[in-house]
Design a binder for this molecule. Structure first.
Ligand code: ADP
Ligand code: TRP
Length: 333
């Protein structure tokens, strides 16, 4: 049976946080274990050029993201694990796709529209002020990432669904124009069960809001940050709702079922926020410490990461070249 190809990328534009782990990395790694899928997970370093203009920081984030995937359990023997910029074929495909894509399709992309709307709201004369071509073409490059490896399914957060739809449109359009069926139209896979993890201030945890718990914060810092999570002002003896409680929501992702039901019970009978946070911290620390140790080891031994990424790129390039050869033939290049 033909295995479905699952592909996803993470942009190295910040230090990975608990939200990235629960919302993206952990579910992707669970999919990779499913024998019905072939998984392709990559570091979208070209995408980071748009938001981050500091080369040294970029290098750091690339290694941090790579070490995070590996520490979280990615097995590079089973998963195609690579860096986008190691696959130059993606850039060639990017131009081929650009040439058949209507500008209007990208005018409607959320990130670009949001930038334009912000300019208009601020009374800027130029609607496109501060918009680079990179920002405008961001969904194009994403389409190239996906189409290059003929991905069937792309696990992403809600904010990225539109980008996968754009990739579908582009693949179908090229097939239509050149009368072929070479490009696979992908589907977004949004895991409805993973809710958005909230940050320390109660907004979505995001590097843009400076409210994150770094996934591999040292124990002492982890404890300090967990203690900072915003809770309500209920007294210890008052029964508490588990729903919408961030302490409880996080606990669910790290503890087993029995532990979760014990804490739920404590919420009913009364527990102080300090104690609840202490229980959460201890659980997170137990789960994260072995991963953190592996993460730190990899960052001190970056040549291991380089080797994995080089091996991944070599395998992925062969597949990318196979599609590109056929596509070039089809379009007369
Ligand atoms: P950030 O919001 O910190 O910039 P990104 O947009 O780079 O994070 O997200 C990378 C991946 O992590 C995406 O798949 C996204 O859906 C997921 N993710 C980010 N923040 C959260 C969160 N708070 N809860 C759940 N998933 C998240
Ligand atoms: N844009 C995605 C994000 O910010 C990262 C990304 C780049 C990606 N290329 C991709 C995700 C291809 C899935 C498939 O989260």
């Amino acid at each position: 049976m033909h295995k479905k190809i699952v592909l996803t990328g993470i942009t190295p534009s910040g230090t990975p946080h608990i939200g990235n782990y629960i919302g993206a990395i952990k579910p992707a790694l669970e999919m990779a274990k499913n024998p019905d899928f072939d998984a392709y997970f990559f570091i979208a370093d070209y995408h980071s050029l748009i938001k981050l203009w500091d080369g040294q920081l970029r290098q750091q984030y690339i290694y941090e993201i790579a070490a995070t995937w590996l520490a979280a359990g990615l097995d590079p023997k089973k998963v195609m694990f690579y860096r986008q910029s190691d696959i130059p074929e993606i850039m060639e495909l990017n131009w081929i796709l650009t040439s058949v894509t209507a500008k209007g399709l990208l005018n409607r992309a959320h990130a670009y529209k949001a930038a334009v709307d912000a300019n208009i709201a601020e009374g800027e004369k130029d609607e496109d002020a501060g918009v680079t071509m990179g920002l405008f073409n961001y969904p194009m490059l994403m389409a190239a990432d996906i189409i290059m490896l003929s991905a069937d399914l792309v696990p992403v957060g809600k904010d990225q669904i539109q980008h996968i739809e754009i990739a579908r449109d582009i693949a179908n359009r090229l097939n239509h124009i050149y009368g072929c069926n070479l490009l696979k139209a992908p589907e977004a896979l949004v895991d409805k069960s993973t809710q958005t993890i909230l940050g320390l201030d109660g907004r979505k945890m995001s590097k843009s809001y400076n409210n994150t718990i770094p996934l591999f914060a040292p124990s002492k810092l982890l404890k300090k940050l967990v203690m900072k999570i915003v809770t309500n002002s209920q007294l210890p003896e008052e029964p508490k709702e588990v729903k919408d409680c961030m302490v409880f929501a996080l606990y669910k992702h790290f503890a087993d079922e029995t532990e979760v039901s014990i804490l739920a019970e404590r919420y009913q009978t009364g527990i102080g926020w300090g104690e609840a946070k202490q229980i959460l911290f201890e659980k997170m620390d137990v789960v994260l410490t072995p991963m953190r140790e592996r993460y730190e080891y990899l960052l001190e031994n970056k040549q291991i990461i380089d080797e994995y990424l080089a091996e991944g790129a070599a395998k992925v390039r062969i597949e990318a070249q196979q599609l590109l050869v056929k596509l070039k033939q089809q379009i007369g290049l």
